[in-house]
Design a protein around this ligand. Structure first.
Ligand code: ATP
Ligand code: MG
Length: 587
């Protein structure tokens, strides 16, 4: 393979998969002049990371093959859909970095779809059924038994047309009649046993208002919308596998009529949906978390929604990279959340300047630093390849804060942090020694009286190496900050596995709020800067709640997968339990 081909492979938005193979073959056989896909959210909730997989695939294919992708709102259920969700979805798709060729609504096609339905009736391919829901399912049979025909299955074309027109005119209440395709009551594919195409719903639609009181079902609207838009590859998730036969049946009967192009026609392909551990990916369930006030809203940073991930501080690049990495396959599986988190870390690692913050402060008094003295220490940003050149200064004064967990009065063997009589280096600053421990009346350590060695700014002390390096801030100069530490929403990897109420598995401590301090240099940065707080994790200011006079930081992600560790609980309240090594630049 030539270098050129290799290069184009590297730049692909979509990892090669069974669908790209199909497209390659379709193009080779000249089946389509252009690849056209669509991203079809139903506006009944906010998009989540599962949708991102589908969005990256559909838009990515259009980009990779110089084709087009439409954003089509699949809005055939007036009772659950709203313009708020439409607007949120548009924002999310754009935030992910994609631009649609056309913005479309299935409801734009209601007139055309109605014509198609009449056309089917006229050809004896659809009939108005007047059975109740319960009777209809009793007639449908089972996998081993064929269905029984409805007594209304043999209505004449005239009678069907008359009833269908009167359904449309609003003469009947909800549920009185439906329109069904006449396909095959003995089919082993239950979906083909005369699927319902239209139902009566007397409800206004956010997009078409009161124009309609009959609405097409997904199975009817979807293939026809695809055909109307000239979609070439209609990609959906695996649960629609059995619906493909209806898709094909409808297009074979209707292509070339009612303004549908005769060819080329679209085909449906199914891929595995994304299931992620420790969360639920379904708008219907996420809505329950919002309505039950288990979270603060659709954009709560614990939510797997795109708006939640955005507010948390995850970048669109990280989400696209994750979707690329997981790839597209034909069989369902659960994705370990640690692979998502690893991608988020990889992304932030190269973009986040390292700064110092303390989440659970313990006061240090440097007894050999005269009161009122401030030294401005040069602190280069690390690593040097972040898009942040140069350095900032850190004020160093008599009173500092270190992390409470970085001190132990009776340290175990191998403890390289601070203990009575012990020494540590303060990051970008000096080596200090703990001379005296001050406790309050209850015996809690409240202050350490220490001395610093002025010869150790960029040098080891003359009398031996100091192993530990701690993060710190100057007490008088650091900015107080509310720091929101997020954990997984659920305690169970698959909150739905046990059936019943998934909300029963919610973690009580999915949000822990710390009152900490951040080095003052952050105030000079753009408010949307993402940082690594050294040894603590990646953070950014909450875009809604943070203000210069009340800083609020969200933890985007911890530094490493503390999840797997047994000390799960400890990690959630004090993420700074582990000593960080050279990989974080704190060694
Ligand atoms: P939900 O249950 O969350 O409402 P849905 O499938 O009903 O999911 P739609 O808005 O109808 O949501 O889906 C829009 C597109 O996103 C569809 O093509 C759908 O197959 C795809 N999609 C939805 N959830 C996932 C997922 N978890 N992984 C991959 N694709 C998904
Ligand atoms: Mg849906």
């Amino acid at each position: 393979m030539s270098d050129e081909a290799g290069a184009s492979t590297r730049e692909r938005r979509v990892n090669p998969n069974f669908i790209t193979e199909i497209i390659d073959e379709d193009l080779k056989q000249d089946r389509y002049a252009k690849i056209t896909t669509r991203s079809p959210p139903e506006p009944n909730g906010y998009l989540h990371i599962g949708h991102a997989k589908s969005i990256c695939l559909n838009f990515g294919l259009a980009l990779d093959y110089s084709g087009e992708c439409n954003l089509r709102f699949d809005d055939t259920n007036p009772e659950t859909e709203s313009i708020e969700y439409v607007e949120a979805a548009k924002r999310d798709v754009q935030w992910l970095g994609f631009q649609w060729a056309r913005e479309r609504y299935a409801s734009d096609y209601f007139g055309r779809l109605y014509e198609c339905a009449e056309q089917l009736i006229q050809h004896g391919k659809a009939y108005v059924d007047s059975l109740s829901d319960a009777e209809m399912s009793a007639h449908r049979g089972t996998i081993t038994e064929p269905g029984k025909p409805s007594p209304y299955r043999d209505r004449s074309v005239e009678e069907n047309l008359d009833l269908f027109r009167r359904m449309r005119a609003g003469e009947f209440p909800d549920g009185a009649h439906v329109l069904r395709a006449r396909i095959d009551l003995a089919s082993r594919n239950m979906k083909l046993r005369d699927p319902v195409l239209y139902r009566i719903v007397h409800a206004p639609h956010y997009h078409t208002g009161d124009a309609w009181c009959i609405y097409p079902l997904y199975d009817f609207a979807h293939p026809l919308s695809d055909a109307i838009e000239g979609i070439s590859h209609s990609i959906c998730t695996l649960e629609f596998e059995n619906n493909r036969a209806i898709y094909d049946w409808l297009l074979e009967h209707l292509r070339g009529t009612c303004g549908l192009p005769p060819s080329p026609r679209p085909y449906q392909y199914e891929f595995a949906r994304l299931n992620l551990d420790y969360t639920v990916l379904s708008k219907r369930k996420l809505i329950k978390l919002v309505e039950g006030s288990h979270v603060r809203g659709w954009d709560d940073p614990r939510m797997p929604t795109l708006s939640g991930l955005r507010r948390r501080g995850v970048t669109p690049e990280a989400i696209r990279q994750f979707c690329f990495r997981i790839g597209v396959a034909k069989s369902n599986s659960r994705v370990d959340v640690s692979s998502f988190e690893a991608t988020v870390r990889d992304d932030l690692n190269v973009r986040a300047p390292r700064v110092l913050a303390v989440l659970r402060p313990l006061r240090i008094v440097l007894t050999n630093q005269p009161e009122g003295t401030i030294e401005h220490l040069e602190a280069p940003y690390w690593p040097h390849d972040v898009p942040r050149e140069g350095s900032r200064t850190l004020p160093f004064s008599r009173e500092l804060y270190i992390e409470h967990d970085d001190f132990m009065e009776q340290p175990p063997k191998g403890f390289h942090r601070l203990s009575p009589g012990g020494r540590v280096r303060l990051r970008h600053a000096y080596v200090i020694r703990c001379d005296e421990v001050v406790k309050d009346a209850t015996g809690d350590v409240v202050e350490l009286r220490c001395s610093y060695d002025p010869t150790t700014l960029r040098a080891q002390p003359s009398d031996g190496r100091v192993k530990g390096t701690l993060h710190w801030v100057s007490a008088a100069h650091a900015m107080p900050a509310e720091v929101r530490l997020y954990n997984h929403l659920f305690t169970a990897p698959d909150p739905e596995a046990t059936g019943g109420d998934f909300a029963a598995h919610l973690r009580p401590d999915s949000l822990v709020v710390a009152r900490g301090y951040v080095e003052p240099s952050v105030l000079a940065d753009p408010a949307d800067t993402r940082y690594q707080f050294e040894r603590l994790g990646y953070f950014w200011q909450d875009p809604e709640d943070s203000r210069p006079d009340h800083l609020v930081f969200n933890r985007i992600i911890t530094l490493r997968d503390s999840w797997a560790k047994a000390a799960e609980k400890a990690a959630s309240t004090s993420p700074n339990k582990t000593d960080r090594s050279a990989s974080d630049g704190t060694a």
